[in-house]
Design a protein around this ligand. Structure first.
Ligand SMILES: [Mn+2]
Length: 244
């Protein structure tokens, strides 16, 4: 992967990227949430930006709780085909299908790219009086969808972005557990991230749900490029670059 970003001119690795050891999965799910929270908290408290890579979308719960504990109320920007607002799924309240239900009380939730939802989830959204930015709205008119998203951020709040890779169309991101047709393009997603980065103070993000298909490396590469692209957007708007 090319480390120079052709769009921003940033080489984020010069700012320093440190990869910690993977967190071993443990049971039960509540204990895993706590373990992720305990891992992310010292990173936030040290003033660093955690980038959490899953795995199952439930990894976002502990990460968002850790950032909320340190930074208070958040904008929580959620890219996904699914709302993940079930109260429980297959017997667990910490399933990937419940990730946003567990954390939506920690801030101002904005969901983008949604195109698969249950009746219960719609009723829950109605009670919260919020509506997702649907995938079809992005595809019909990306620029107005971006303006809508930006207008719904609370500028004073630190911002956590969680990206379920199934927000992308399966034609470019088939390597997910629950693919849905009619998704975002690479340009849709990156233009949203660019606009959000210019509006809000991003303090952490995650990229989740990659389920690699053996022999199909395009999806893995896309996930890696997305992480670097987003980091480049974030840090392009901050410190001047060191050109050495
Ligand atoms: Mn999803």
């Amino acid at each position: 992967m090319e480390l120079y970003d052709e769009e921003t001119g940033v080489e984020i690795h010069r700012q320093g990227v440190f990869t910690i050891q993977p967190i071993d999965p443990i049971l039960p799910p509540e204990a895993m949430v706590q373990k992720i929270k305990d891992t992310v908290s010292p990173i936030v408290n040290a003033g660093q930006m955690p980038v959490v890579i899953g795995g199952d979308h439930s990894v976002s719960i502990g990460a968002i709780e850790a950032v909320n504990a340190a930074a208070g109320r958040l904008n929580i920007v959620h890219f996904d085909a699914h709302t993940d607002l079930r109260d429980s799924y297959l017997g667990s309240r910490y399933s990937h299908a419940c990730a946003m239900r567990r954390v939506c009380g920690l801030g101002n939730m904005l969901q983008i790219g949604i195109r698969s939802v249950s009746r219960d989830e719609i009723e829950f959204l109605n009670r919260l009086n919020v509506e997702p930015i649907w995938a079809r709205e992005v595809i019909e008119d990306r620029n107005s969808a971006i303006l809508e998203a930006v207008s719904r951020l609370e500028p004073s709040l630190p911002t956590y972005v969680t990206i379920d890779l199934d927000c992308l169309d399966p034609s470019i991101m088939p390597a997910v557990g629950t693919p849905e047709p009619g998704g975002l393009s690479w340009t849709d997603l990156t233009q949203f991230l660019s606009a959000i980065t210019r509006t809000a103070n991003i303090v952490a993000f995650d990229v989740v749900e990659l389920a690699p298909i053996p022999g199909y490396h395009a999806a893995d590469f896309t996930a890696a490029r997305l992480i670097y692209k987003f980091l480049n957007y974030i840090f392009a708007s901050r410190e001047p670059l060191r050109n050495t």
